[in-house]
Design a protein around this ligand. Sequence first.
Ligand code: IMP
Ligand code: MG
Length: 191
Amino acid sequence: MKNVQLYDKSFKLYLTYEEIQNAVDAVAQKINNDLKNEDAPIFLGVLTGSFMFFGDLMKRIDFPCEMCFIRLASYEGTSTTGSVKQMLGLTQSVRGRNVVVVEDIVDTGGTIMELDQILKDAGARSVRYSTLLIKPGNYKGSIKIDYPALSIPNDFIVGYGLDYDQIGRNLKDIYVLDVEETERRKGINIR
Ligand code: IMP
Ligand code: MG
């Protein structure tokens, strides 16, 4: 599929499933090298967007580890609201543990800055950050992202877990907002 329409917005193919899998391979290899000698780290998936990346990444991790999830939300539609809400808190203790955060995308960095505080308050021994995507042009955080799989421009994207107003997460490839096509359809009133 080269183009998709989600509500009022048009999107075009940006990263294929194969390109995503190659990037996940490379990140998994680095994590396997760096963490193989640590006591079973906890991989913490940030719901909902990271669920596909989390599954694909975890299949490639070759040392004993635990997994859990947290749910944070900062987006409404296609823009960040600036405040991060904790919808599902930590369901397991991270005290004294090495944690690897698994994010879908790091945009302004607001979410991971908030998460870093939550994990420090909860007594994590170390926290590392992996993300499928990062928008370096928007990033204003002070945290080093240890394992970014792919860097992208400041465009709005959907698919492979990422949503536009909660839809589009099931797409297996990643799509970018097509501003011209969205405007064109608006002009001729197509839905
Ligand atoms: P941040 O707090 O600004 O870094 O935003 C992080 C969160 O916003 C991500 O975990 C996503 O859930 C969401 N987000 C950021 N950029 C996009 C995008 O291009 N498409 C869909 N969701 C996004
Ligand atoms: Mg997210």
